[in-house]
Design a protein around this ligand. Structure first.
Ligand code: ZN
Length: 132
């Protein structure tokens, strides 16, 4: 385990009496990135930031792009001599045992925040990409 990097920092002018804070980082690079952000922010009162726009429909609550759904599949299985199910796939994982499948269907649940949808049309739509 490597040694933590401790940053002692005071926000505001010393005359305002703001207390010193200690912030712990795993690496000097993380501390330096934090200090770069503090330096960029210095003198501004607020900020907002923008992530890359999703390119597929996304969760309106958290902008997540993966959803739990349902799908009917045909799967190779192992059975007993009286045709009782024993296990999926004689040769490996379940994914490689699937040899036929149908279009996934709802209900849907955001993998990130758990918000539920009955239809994917309830998702937010990405901005149309400009084509040059
Ligand atoms: Zn979500």
């Amino acid at each position: 385990m490597s040694k933590k990097v401790i940053l002692k920092i005071r926000f505001g002018k010393p005359s305002t009496g703001c207390p010193m804070s200690e912030i712990e980082f795993d690496t000097e690079a993380e501390r330096d990135a934090y200090l770069q952000g503090v330096d960029d922010m210095d003198g501004w009162e607020e900020y907002e930031y923008f992530e890359d726009e999703p390119t597929t429909p996304f969760c309106p609550a958290c902008r997540g792009v993966e959803f739990k759904a349902h799908q009917v599949c045909r799967v190779n299985v192992v059975v007993t001599g009286d045709n009782m199910f024993v296990r999926y796939n004689p040769d490996g994982d379940l994914g490689s045992a699937i040899y036929d499948f149908y279009v996934p269907f709802g209900s849907y649940e955001c993998c990130n925040c758990g918000m539920k949808f009955s239809e994917l049309s309830e998702l937010s739509q990405p901005e149309q990409q400009e084509t040059p």
